[in-house]
Design a protein around this ligand. Structure first.
Ligand SMILES: Cc1cc2nc3c(=O)[nH]c(=O)nc-3n(C[C@H](O)[C@H](O)[C@H](O)COP(=O)(O)O)c2cc1C
Length: 218
């Protein structure tokens, strides 16, 4: 039987392979090397908690690269030398990838190198949810679970673990956004089969939730 560490290192290796995009799908899309995150600063936690809320009206102003970098690090970046993250995860098996849908395409956040790996060309923002604002807000995070890493669990337990793991990431995003004056909303109103098709996910992978981020429309 493999230890959890062996399982995780296998996961990281296969994640690197799985994340390599097909040429046809990514001809024009480039890897985005994010600036290093600034893991200092931000507002005091209690103030951020006071401001945390859901926002459903956004300006179309894009996020600066530094803000995107800090946001993704806060969401699920590496915060310790052993590769562990800013959010906890069940069974000590990492199952969530963050897909980043912006106007030009979709990337996958790679925490180890802190960059965005190209996944799909084209604007799929409107397909990430059933609400109108998702199509115009600058950024939609789509949380994708590697169900194949939890095949020892029942389907119900698998869903539960993946949903809880996602929820912790989602709350990190909420608090970061509160601290930065950004708006966000965690979303379950998603056409899941359609989004899975659009993202070309393998059979055992599935979308858990999505989350919109942008500047609130004033
Ligand atoms: C699991 C979950 C799913 C949600 N799905 C949606 C959604 O699809 N659309 C939406 O506008 N808000 C969604 N929300 C946000 C909630 O509606 C919101 O958190 C709640 O109304 C409380 O408002 P607040 O976040 O401003 O405190 C969801 C929240 C959670 C935790």
């Amino acid at each position: 039987m493999m230890t959890r560490r062996q399982v995780n290192s296998g996961i990281l290796a296969s994640a690197a392979l799985a994340a390599v995009p097909t040429f046809a799908a990514t001809q024009k899309l480039k890897r985005i090397d994010l600036p290093p995150p600034r893991p200092e600063g931000g507002m005091p936690l209690m103030n951020a908690l006071k401001l945390r809320r859901s926002t459903r009206e956004y300006s179309d102003k894009p996020l600066p690269a530094q803000t995107l970098s800090d946001l993704l690090w806060a969401a699920f970046g590496i915060n310790r030398p052993n590769g562990d993250r800013t959010a906890p995860y069940g069974r000590h098996i990492m199952v969530i990838d963050i897909y980043v849908a912006m106007v030009d395409g979709v990337w996958i956040y790679e925490p180890k190198t802190h960059n965005l790996l190209p996944h799909l060309t084209g604007d799929i923002r409107a397909q990430t949810g059933r609400q109108d604002f998702v199509g115009t807000a600058p950024l939609n995070l789509v949380y994708v679970a590697h169900g194949e890493r939890l095949m020892d669990e029942s389907p119900e337990e698998r869903r539960l673990l993946c949903s809880v793991d996602t929820g912790f990431i989602g709350q990190n995003v909420y608090l970061f956004c509160a601290s930065e004056g950004l708006g966000t909303v965690f979303r379950g109103s998603v056409d899941y089969p359609k989004l899975k098709r659009i993202l070309k996910l393998p059979r055992q992978q599935f979308v858990t939730f999505a989350q919109t981020v942008g500047y609130p429309r004033t």
